[in-house]
Ligand binder design. Structure first.
Ligand code: GLU
Length: 445
């Protein structure tokens, strides 16, 4: 059977580092097996979901380089869920319960006090039709619980290995709230069946949903998909990440100018046995992907490490990979310019600054009173290529006796108005002889 996976965020916010990891692990797995990736927007909670967040999520996914075979919105699919609800009710697997949250809380406390596990006691199953009518007349709206079968549920988790859950130790999960809205449990299973999902890859925070969902697949007459629960992220200090931390939203990483590929490389390799390293294409990540490499320990997400990785990636990217974006930034100079500056970039947009330095006009920083000497030395005929810089340095050195920093630093400041930067050997031919000589004279050029 061809592999089909889905990434199913709720559009109640933008994607953050944790979500994109789930998205990528799904995508890489699908690509590795020549399968399909579905983007499913879990927007049954219409009070909290917005169209703007949904659009934002689509944009984030596209930015990451992920291509979906299908895009579905749960809000378009209520008829399917209602059909499944009717079937479950007819089978006696979905039953109404009327306890208020306070009553349920009290039950749990009593059970705990007696040393019993706080599992729902199924009191609602004992209600007669008259009891239900009376409760509803009192103004109580039922919530609906899925009746679990008291048996062992077993699955071979793609990441965690064989898992056993005794369903008798679980409360019957609520599938529909008192106000008629769905919890994610049932719509998710109905969609996974309808869309032919073969592998559910999601965070460890969903492990507890898996046994009830497996029983739900079975109750609806479907073979459950395979499940894989990946490790979750912690911050550099080992603390759980807060979703409210803006720097972890993809939007923020993007606004900071980080490359989609470095975010993807980082998200896909932290918490695995592979070293965190830049990948120059998603294909390389697909190649390296394997669930067995995922660690069971939490994955450490360190924005500082991501920034370093971004710089490393830029230093390795060939001109073709960035040409269109450089053009978009108004940066010229072609491959020679890119080769000259990429090693000095933390984010791509800094190329614009160096292009400004090459093109001018730039007001040089003049540090040395001996510029005339330098200019004279440099204005001698020179090759105008990468040999120019060593030739100029040799000439200035011969004339002034300056060496090391005393030789290079005033020249760099005059030529670029910056303390540090790309190698002048590469930059000087791009600046050009006339402009360079004018700057050595202290002129804006
Ligand atoms: N909408 C759910 C979530 O965002 C999907 C969980 C799942 O992948 O099954 O957590």
């Amino acid at each position: 059977m061809p592999v089909t996976v889905r990434f199913a965020p709720s559009p109640t916010g933008r994607l953050h580092a944790g979500n994109i990891r789930t998205a990528l692990l799904n995508y890489l797995f699908a690509r590795k097996h020549g399968g399909d990736f579905i983007l499913r927007l879990d927007d049954t909670d219409q009070a909290r979901s917005t169209k703007a967040f949904a659009k934002g999520i689509e944009e984030d996914v596209v930015w990451l380089g992920i291509q979906w075979a299908k895009l579905v919105h749960q809000s378009d699919r209520f008829a399917l869920y209602e059909g499944a609800v009717e079937r479950l009710k007819a089978m006696g697997r979905l039953y109404p319960a009327y306890e208020t949250p306070e009553e349920l809380d009290l039950k749990r406390k009593r059970q705990l006090a007696r040393g019993k596990p706080p599992v729902y006691d199924r009191a609602a199953l004992q209600l007669s039709d008259e009891d239900k009518a009376r409760l509803e007349a009192e103004g109580r709206a039922p919530h609906w619980r899925f009746k679990l079968e008291p048996r062992d549920v077993v699955w071979d988790d793609l990441v965690r290995g064989r898992q056993h859950v005794d369903a008798a130790s679980l409360s019957d999960p609520v599938l529909i709230r008192g106000d008629g809205t769905y919890l994610y449990t049932l719509p998710s299973v109905v969609d996974d069946i309808d869309l032919g999902v073969t592998h559910v890859v999601r965070g460890e925070d969903h492990v507890a949903n898996t046994a009830p969902q497996i029983q739900l697949f079975e109750a609806l007459g479907a073979t459950p998909p395979a499940f894989g629960h990946h490790n979750l992220l912690v911050g550099p200090d080992g603390q759980a990440l807060s979703k409210r931390d803006r720097s972890l939203a993809i939007e923020g990483l993007r606004a900071e100018g980080l490359e989609a590929l470095s975010v993807a490389s980082y998200a896909a390799t932290i918490g695995t046995s592979d070293p965190v390293a830049p990948h120059v294409s998603l294909d390389e990540l697909v190649e390296a992907f394997d669930f067995i490499k995922l660690s069971r320990a939490p994955a450490r997400f360190d924005p500082h490490e991501l920034r370093l990785l971004n710089a490393k990636l830029l230093h390795a990217l060939p001109y073709e990979a960035v040409a269109a974006r450089l053009e978009g930034l108004g940066v010229g100079g072609g491959e020679a310019f890119w080769e000259a500056v990429r090693g000095n970039l933390a984010v791509l947009s800094e190329a614009k600054m160096w292009w400004g330095v090459v093109q001018g006009p730039l007001t040089p920083v003049i540090e040395s009173p001996e510029l005339a000497v330098r200019r004279r030395s440099c204005s001698r005929p020179s090759p105008g290529d990468e040999e120019t810089w060593p030739a100029w340095c040799a000439a200035v050195k011969a004339e002034t006796g300056a060496k090391g920093k005393a030789l290079f630093h005033p020249l760099r400041l005059a030529l670029t108005a910056a303390e540090t930067g790309p190698e002048l050997k590469h930059l000087l031919p791009l600046i050009g002889r006339d402009r360079a000589l004018a700057r050595l004279e202290g002129k804006t050029a």
